[in-house]
Design a protein around this ligand. Sequence first.
Ligand SMILES: C[S@@+](CC[C@H](N)C(=O)[O-])C[C@H]1O[C@@H](n2cnc3c(N)ncnc32)[C@H](O)[C@@H]1O
Length: 197
Amino acid sequence: MSKFIPKDKYFHRAKRNGYRARSAYKLKEIQEKLKLIRKGDKILDLGCAPGSFLQVLSEIVGAEGVVIGIDILPIVRLPQKNVVAIQGDIREIDIEELHILYAPGGFDVITCDISPNLSGIREVDNRNVGELFVAVENVVEKTLKVGGHLILKAFFSDDFKIIKSKLANLFRTVSTFKPVASRSASSEIYLVAVEKT
Ligand SMILES: C[S@@+](CC[C@H](N)C(=O)[O-])C[C@H]1O[C@@H](n2cnc3c(N)ncnc32)[C@H](O)[C@@H]1O
């Protein structure tokens, strides 16, 4: 049986302020602290449904910027003109086409808030996390510009250290960030990789 999680202040705050999910506040915290995303940036958001990251990103990049979101699930259309949401699996999507169409010079920042479906079976979950990371790595290598940044939700899986060290080979610095808005009981943690080399 799944554990009951009460709706907390971030859930209510998101509802009041028109954000589609409480995750909006996790991204806001990362941005307030690190200021990696700038006005006019081209951003790719992996695992974007229901769309609260897209809403926050849209506000930050403004009219000159563009935000492309991908999710396996359908995304209810957002009114923001600088947002394009595409339904697709990041392990299968034609990333070259997306790249050429929306960011021929490369994306400035990639955010990835994907949550794999966790089964509770350790080997299965480790394999899923591993597979998703390979897909993210491929997208980062092909579409993130040199000097661009990655904000990636990770879980404390067996592969956490391996994922962190693989990113350390691709970026100038990699650090961890646990937003206050992230439930303390959750094993999620964000890896912030700065300046692709
Ligand atoms: C926590 S939600 C993202 C919330 C989002 N950042 C927001 O602020 O609204 C995680 C998402 O990852 C998506 N996802 C899981 N596996 C995926 C895959 N292989 N490709 C694309 N999206 C995936 C799920 O469908 C789910 O919508």
